[in-house]
Design a protein around this ligand. Sequence first.
Ligand SMILES: CC(C)(COP(=O)(O)OP(=O)(O)OC[C@H]1O[C@@H](n2cnc3c(N)ncnc32)[C@H](O)[C@@H]1OP(=O)(O)O)[C@@H](O)C(=O)NCCC(=O)NCCS
Length: 186
Amino acid sequence: MSFPKPDFRPVSYSRVTLTELMIPAYANFGGKIHGGILLSLMDKVAYAAASKHAGTYCVTVSVDGVNFLQPVEVGELVSLLASVNYVGKTSLLVGIKVIAEDVRSGTVKHTNTSYFTMVAKDDLGQPTLVPGLTLETHEDTRRFLESIKRREFRERSRAEFDNALSGLAVQQELHLLHQERCQIAY
Ligand SMILES: CC(C)(COP(=O)(O)OP(=O)(O)OC[C@H]1O[C@@H](n2cnc3c(N)ncnc32)[C@H](O)[C@@H]1OP(=O)(O)O)[C@@H](O)C(=O)NCCC(=O)NCCS
């Protein structure tokens, strides 16, 4: 039995934490956890938060701010804390904080915070309207406002970047290679 979707849902309704033990099968040749394993967990938790808020199937559209600042070790307990920070019409921005805990020492490190843009889809695979977000705390409001700024900044820098690339004249820019570790072999 399905219920009509509400006009608004509180941030707390879709907040999710995913915790997973880092097993040896997740490690790279250096003994640290593969970045791709963490990305996959981030995608999973983003999906969980977005689809819970939307009440529909969601897809990942873009990912911002993935910087692995510290390595994650085998044996650590990784927790991904996700919440919907912002909603547009059909899109949702999910903020994900990743922490890794050494269970023996109890030390907790913050490995990264990233932002996943998800879009809600209806049964026909078309983008569909999501409920608005009820901001329950000052922190929710700060994150919502920060998301607006983040989106503005991203759109501005994407436009500037596209502009810079479309006008790229290779012959005129070759001087940039003098300081780089490359050689032209043609
Ligand atoms: C993302 C997708 C739904 C956009 O479809 P579209 O027909 O262009 O739809 P719209 O232009 O109406 O965009 C829908 C929403 O996505 C947002 N969006 C589209 N491209 C975006 C991008 N590159 N970055 C952030 N948001 C984006 C739009 O701003 C819009 O948000 P809003 O409704 O809240 O205003 C479509 O390209 C898609 O399905 N992509 C595949 C996603 C997927 O399968 N991901 C899994 C990885 S394999």
